[in-house]
Design a protein around this ligand. Structure first.
Ligand code: C2O
Length: 472
């Protein structure tokens, strides 16, 4: 133990040379080579100590002029500029002189959230861009809070006991507090109170980083459009976590993305591989370091965690369960026509399946529910539960047996500078389908029901482009 802390002191000294004094690759290699810092569960003792520094740092960022690239607003806008104005208007307001370096930084840094953005937009860069964003934010907090050992804590919502946001975020008037959260969230209710089953680690079962075969399959897509978006929508409304242009205004955003990053690190730790092509590795994004210096960060340098580790990792399922799947089409059948969702459940019969077979006569393959093209005029503010063959007037316990997964519309609404860009999602429904089949409750032509978990915003008009149920 003693030698480890001695080593971190020495390494910390070497890594402590300011970026401005060194070329970026040299500086960066030193950061990564130093004894790694540990990121903690926000509910643990060390995590709670980090939340104190986080609050101090957020407070300090909020007191900087907006023109400082380390200020709260500048960093929030790096994700996306608020939706009641435009990037151009905010640049002109904060930087009246367009020849300043701040103006140019804003031009290249703002509105960059991958994969919901306009520039370099690819689901491919969802994980590395948010890893970089959190990394440089962490450095800014460490500097401005006066706690050089600060590491970003994560919100471990996969633990069923930690479904409420931590109390530190619920102190009215405190730096970590935001009023614009969903009902009950600031009272300490579990965020999944109305949506049991919504928070699931199922995307971690994916074997491929990106799988182009079905809408929204593969680890990156399924985490992005699944659990990641679900947490956004469960925490905040359309002027907070629930909408891309406002999400990074809420300090909860950083704990959430630290957890997303931990899930990615866990997935890699289980031996699953990131892309290795030049388009992924070579992609560059602009950030600023803790001194407000421009940094050009490369995805390839963030393919593994640069200079930090997590206190613990998420268990990753070894394989996707491959079970016999009855009565499903072999090939992707034509999806249903678009389905407009609203305040009441909507049921739709999925495309006609292949010839009916018995459970014992079919191959061991996953059953997949392909949900294509989610789009919405506005953020509905609730997630939708997806059921297979839900009986009328089912009790909550009965309904649970028919629950196949959830969909959210976090990435599915239009935001300024970007037209509405539909996203899709593939849900692994093998277990639900098999249990229903064994109980004789799966129809030859199954019916899929989308039911809102709460009251959706009236003007939202969420639309599902179509669904099909297939064998993977
Ligand atoms: Cu860029 Cu959690 O979104």
């Amino acid at each position: 133990m003693a030698s480890i802390s001695r080593r971190s002191v020495l390494a910390g000294g070497a890594a402590g040379v300011a970026l401005g004094a060194l070329p970026f690759p040299v500086w960066f290699a030193r950061q990564a080579a130093a004894a790694p810092k540990v990121r903690y569960d926000a509910s643990s003792g060390p995590g709670k100590a980090m939340l104190v520094s986080l609050a101090n740092g957020v407070d300090a960022m909020s007191k900087l002029p907006e023109s400082d690239p380390r200020s709260w607003v500048f960093q929030w806008y790096t994700h996306w500029v608020r939706s009641d104005t435009t990037k151009q208007a905010e640049m002109a307001r904060i930087f009246p002189d367009p020849t300043t370096s701040g103006y140019k930084l804003a031009a290249e840094m703002w509105d960059m959230c991958q994969s919901h953005g306009a520039v370099g937009d690819s689901v491919y860069h969802f994980l590395p861009w948010h890893r970089m964003y959190a990394y440089f934010f962490e450095r800014i907090i460490a500097k401005l809070s006066g706690d050089p050992n600060f590491t970003l804590p994560y919100w471990n919502y996969l633990d069923t006991n930690l479904r409420a946001i931590p109390p530190e975020f619920r102190v009215p008037g405190g730096p970590l507090y935001r009023a614009e959260r969903n009902a009950g969230v600031n009272a300490g209710d579990p965020v999944d109170k109305n949506a049991p089953g919504a928070i699931s680690p199922s995307s971690l079962a994916a074997q491929q980083f990106v799988d182009g075969t079905l809408a929204g399959s593969g680890f990156s897509n399924s985490l992005n459009n699944g659990l990641h978006g679900t947490i956004h929508v469960l925490v905040g409304n359309g002027q907070n976590m629930g909408a891309i242009p406002w999400a990074a205004r809420d300090p909860v955003f950083w704990m959430h993305h630290c957890m997303v990053d931990r899930m990615w690190a866990s997935w890699n730790l289980a031996g699953r591989k990131n892309p290795e092509d030049a388009a992924w590795l070579g992609k560059e994004f602009v950030f600023v370091d803790e001194n407000g210096q421009r940094v050009l960060a490369k995805t390839g340098d963030f393919s593994s965690m640069p200079g930090y580790v997590y206190d613990t990792y998420v268990p990753v399922p070894a394989t996707i369960p491959r079970l016999p799947v009855p009565v499903l089409a072999e090939a992707l059948p034509a999806p249903t026509p678009p389905i407009t969702l609203g305040a009441r459940p909507v049921a739709v019969q999925v495309a006609k399946a292949g010839a009916s077979r018995t459970l014992s006569s079919v191959a061991a393959r996953p059953a997949l529910l392909v949900v294509a093209s989610l789009s919405a005029d506005q953020q509905p503010g609730v997630i939708y539960n997806v059921y297979i063959d839900l009986p009328p007037n089912a009790s909550p316990a009965q309904a649970r047996k028919h629950l196949a997964g959830t969909v959210n519309f976090f990435g599915a609404t239009g935001h300024h500078d970007v037209s509405r860009k539909p996203t899709g999602l593939t849900l692994d429904v093998t277990e639900t389908v098999n249990k229903l089949a064994s109980a004789g409750k799966l129809r030859a032509q199954p019916v899929v029901t989308f039911a809102p978990a709460g009251a959706p915003a009236a003007e939202a008009k969420p639309v599902v482009g179509g669904v099909s149920l297939v064998r993977g």
